[in-house]
Design a protein around this ligand. Structure first.
Ligand code: TMP
Length: 215
C-alpha cells in the first residue's frame, strides 16, 4: 500500500519574476518546521543536468531550435526525476522544484513555437506520473520584468532566454496564463509585483493545506 506522501510543488514564471526567491523561502520555512525538503532547480540538479544546463543556456555558439531545446530540457528532467525527485517523494520528503515541465510548454511551446501536443507527449515521457501537486505561477507585468532584468544583467553570463526580445516574453506570459487556466486545480497564479513577504505568506498558506502530519 502506498503511504500518504508529502507534496511536490513547483514554481514557474519569467526570469526575474521572483520565483527562485520564493522557492528558497518556502524550503527554509519548511525545514525550520523540521520537515525534510529537497529543493531542485531546472535545468540542473544532477551531474548530467548541470552539463545540459551549460549547453542549453550558455553555449552562445550552439544554435538550438525550440524542438532541440525541449529535448535537452526533457533529458535533464528525466534524470532529475529518476535520481532525485521520485526517491525523495518515496522517502517522505517535500520536493520543491524551481521550474518543471510547464517551463518547456511555455518557453519552447507558447513562446518558441514548438508543437504543443508533441511537447506534452515528450514531457509525459520524461516524467511519467511525477506531476506536481501545486504549481505556483509568479505572474509579473512585462515592464517590471524588464526593469528587474536590466538591473540584474550587469556582470551576468550570456543567457539564451534572457537575450530574447520583448515579444517572446509577451508570448511566454500568455502561454503560462493559458496553462494555469487549463488546470486550475494544480496552478495558483500569484501576482508577483507585491512584497516578497506577502507572496511568501500566501504560498505558505497554500502549502500548509497539503502537508501530511505524521500520525
Ligand atoms: P532560471 O535559472 O532563471 O530559471 O533560468 C532557466 C532558463 O531556462 C530560463 O530562461 C527558462 C529556460 N527554460 C526553458 O526554456 N525551458 C525549460 O524547460 C526550463 C526548465 C528552463
Amino acid at each position: 500500500m502506498r503511504q500518504a506522501r508529502q507534496p511536490f510543488v513547483s514554481f514557474e514564471g519569467d526570469e526575474a519574476s521572483g520565483k527562485s526567491l520564493q522557492a528558497q523561502r518556502l524550503a527554509t520555512a519548511l525545514r525550520e518546521r523540521g520537515l525534510e525538503v529537497i529543493a531542485v532547480r531546472e535545468p540542473g540538479g544532477t551531474p548530467a543536468g548541470e552539463r545540459i544546463r551549460e549547453i542549453v543556456l550558455h553555449a552562445r555558439e550552439a544554435a538550438l531550435t525550440s524542438e532541440a531545446q525541449a529535448l535537452l530540457f526533457s533529458a535533464a528532467r528525466a534524470q532529475l526525476v529518476a535520481e532525485v525527485i521520485r526517491p525523495g517523494l518515496d522517502r517522505g520528503a517535500v520536493v520543491i522544484a524551481d521550474r518543471y515541465f510547464d517551463s518547456t510548454l511555455a518557453y519552447q511551446g507558447g513562446a518558441g513555437g514548438a508543437d504543443i501536443e508533441g511537447l506534452r507527449a515528450l514531457t509525459r515521457f520524461a516524467v511519467g506520473s511525477t506531476v506536481p501537486d501545486r504549481t505556483f505561477l509568479l505572474d509579473v507585468p512585462l515592464d517590471v520584468i524588464e526593469a528587474r532584468s536590466r538591473a540584474r544583467s550587469i556582470d551576468r553570463r550570456w543567457d539564451r532566454f534572457e537575450a530574447e526580445k520583448r515579444d517572446f516574453h509577451e508570448r511566454l506570459r500568455e502561454a503560462y496564463l493559458r496553462l494555469a487556466a487549463a488546470e486550475p486545480w494544480r496552478f495558483v497564479v500569484i501576482r508577483g509585483d507585491r512584497s516578497a513577504d506577502e507572496i511568501a505568506a500566501q504560498i505558505r498558506r497554500e502549502v500548509d493545506t497539503l502537508l501530511v502530519t505524521p500520525a
